[in-house]
Design a protein around this ligand. Structure first.
Ligand SMILES: [Zn+2]
Length: 66
């Protein structure tokens, strides 16, 4: 279940940075990936429902859509 744990950790890193509240406008941002430490984690947070979609630039690292 490491994969799902990695997603939880990556998601936590995003919400630690931006907060739990959904944004006023849907936006995209990037951070250095907290999982592989090598790739770039690109993510989008929806203004509609606060859902997060994210993908690491490392092919076998985290990727999810809510
Ligand atoms: Zn990564």
């Amino acid at each position: 279940m490491t994969y799902f744990k990695n997603i939880a950790v990556a998601r936590q890193a995003i919400t630690d940075k931006h907060g739990q509240q959904k944004p006023q406008l849907t936006f995209c941002a990037e951070m250095s990936c907290p999982i592989c430490k090598a790739g770039t984690l690109s993510y989008q947070i929806s203004a509609v429902n606060g859902h997060i979609a994210a993908e690491c630039s490392t092919s076998d690292c985290v990727k999810w859509m809510e």
